[in-house]
Structures are given as structure tokens and as C-alpha cells.
Design a binder for this molecule. Structure first.
Ligand SMILES: [Zn+2]
Ligand SMILES: [Zn+2]
Length: 147
């Protein structure tokens, strides 16, 4: 028996794939799409998401209920949002130049040096920016995990 939700989940996964490509197109040359396995920095983001989910402390927008693409941004760690609410929340929170230039790994302020990472985990799109040092650490630890 196939669960009708499987089709919905597959459709949402395809949608998140498309969304990631759009994000990359719009974010310019400093955007990268991370492939699994996780490195040390992105694994900490994933852990943060999992811990908050289990503790029930994650803020969800009302559109997260159905199989749908949702965004978890490392600079908004308490929230899991649909793409529209993500955009609105960023604007309302005044996310701008300072956050765009702040590393989501170590918190350093590095104008012009941040690489934006986008990772797809099923229907969840995880996003964050890394300074050159954290990018190196991420790459080295992901390669080590790959064996
Ligand atoms: Zn929403
Ligand atoms: Zn950093």
C-alpha cells in the first residue's frame, strides 16, 4: 500500500530542489550548494534544528503543517518557516548588511568574505553563511566524513 502522503512529500522535495537552484541564482558567485555528508559546522546547524524540534521550542509558521518546503536559516535558529514567511520574517527582523556579513559558524563579522551555504534535507532547506575559516573547517570535516 502506498501512502498518498508519499506523493506529496516527493512533490515537496522537487520543489525544494527548485528553490535551492533559485536561491543560488539570486545569491551570486558566493553561494554554494552543500552535498552530504555534513561537515562540522553544518552538522551543528542540523543538531540545533533537531534539538529544538524534539524540545518543542521551534517556532513554526502556520504553513509548515502539510508536506511543504520549509526553510531553516542559521541566522534565525528558533524558526522553521515556509519560503514566504521566511522572506517576511527577514524583512521584519531587519536582517541586512550586518547579518549578511556575519558568519553563522563562529559569529565573526567578515564583510565581503561570507560564502552562503544551502543544504537540502528532504523538504527542509537549511541556509547559512560562513567565513573563510569556517568554510575550510566545514570542507575538511565533510571530506573526512566522506572517507
Ligand atoms: Zn508560512
Ligand atoms: Zn566563521
Amino acid at each position: 500500500m502506498s501512502d498518498p502522503r508519499d506523493d506529496q512529500i516527493r512533490a515537496a522535495e522537487q520543489e525544494s530542489d527548485l528553490l535551492i537552484r533559485l536561491i543560488k541564482d539570486q545569491s551570486g558567485p558566493r553561494a554554494e550548494i552543500q552535498r552530504l555528508p555534513w561537515g562540522e559546522v553544518t552538522d551543528a546547524w542540523r543538531e540545533g534544528l533537531a534539538t529544538r524540534l524534539q524540545a518543542g521550542t521551534l517556532g513554526l509558521c502556520p504553513h509548515v503543517m502539510t508536506p511543504n518546503v520549509v526553510i531553516y536559516a542559521a541566522w534565525l535558529p528558533g524558526l522553521l518557516l515556509c519560503p514566504t514567511c521566511h522572506t517576511v520574517t527577514n524583512i521584519q527582523a531587519g536582517i541586512g548588511e550586518v547579518e549578511d556579513s556575519t558568519c553563522d559558524g563562529c559569529g565573526d563579522y567578515c564583510p565581503g568574505e561570507i560564502t552562503n551555504l544551502t543544504i537540502q534535507l528532504g523538504t527542509v532547506v537549511i541556509m547559512g553563511g560562513l567565513c573563510p575559516q569556517c568554510r575550510d573547517l566545514e570542507q575538511r570535516t565533510a571530506e573526512a566524513a566522506r572517507g
